[in-house]
Design a protein around this ligand. Sequence first.
Ligand SMILES: [Zn+2]
Ligand SMILES: [Zn+2]
Length: 354
Amino acid sequence: MRRVLIGLVALAGAGLALGWYFQAEIGERLFAQGIAAAMNRDDIAALPDGLHVAMCGTGSPIPDPSRAGPCTAVIAGDRIFIVDVGGAAVRNFGPIGLPVADVDAVFLTHYHSDHIDGLGELMLLRWTGGGYSRPLPIFGPTRLDAILEGLAQAYTPDTGYRVDHHGEQVVPPSGQGAVARTFPVPAENALQTIYNEDGVRVQVFAVDHGPVRPTVGYRFDYGNRSVVISGDTVRSEMVARACDGCDILVHEALNSDMVEVARHRVEASGNARLAQILEDIKNYHTSPVEAEEIAELGNARMLVLTHIVPAVPNGLIEAYFLRGTGEAYRGSTVLARDGMWFSLPSDSDAIERD
Ligand SMILES: [Zn+2]
Ligand SMILES: [Zn+2]
């Protein structure tokens, strides 16, 4: 028995030594296989016809290494739409199977920096990856033009370098950047259609994120399925009206008890400025319990909480974040994480999760 054990240990040691000696060769094979797998991957084509939601960023302005800034992808038939593009969100696209070069349009809810931090990166990678001759359409409320003009200015040197280096055939200059599709914010209580093509309808509605104005939410309909995205807002019955029996309500969430605990600690440490900011942010978001009240009022079949404030790095803190939920709402509540997928096949009742 002892001999067998000694033999096994010796074998394992020899294996490790061989692995160590051929590290670069093993890495070379893994790299080539990884590239081939990435090139052959087409997660979108594998989806059933329907409406799908991919969480490309579930965080907020508060740094959280496990969550990119706010970003929700909505795939409707063969169209790919991105709602808000927070910092680091675009870096999630590859790992979660979203082809950045195939994005059809972006919808912005408002212009807080955390919702647009990744916009320049998305515009650039879509252009260089797709070789488009027309810029990316971006839908948003008033002031969008100024933001896109500023971004165009910031990216002017880079655009020049890319065209000089790769040539106009590969990266047509006319396709770089974005074109603003600005819309007036709908009146209170109104839903307004801003996109209606090939069975995909997108409606917009005003929410309350004062003093940040305008701020809107979106409703997507395709194949008799529907998804509503709240945008940043206090508890707003307009979100419930926009949902009105929707399949999935993607709602922002801030736990003000947790923010208060953080504020208290920050104040005690002598950082009055950060304590003030933490005090201020409590008054323009929705708590998880309030989001459930809105989901119940709007008869949502599933509630997906995103834009998570503060950072919730593990399961125990997630449970704390959700404390008090499960009473006001009869549907199911999901605390979103980056990379989660939800699928709503056309003309069915199914909600599939991955
Ligand atoms: Zn935000
Ligand atoms: Zn905001």
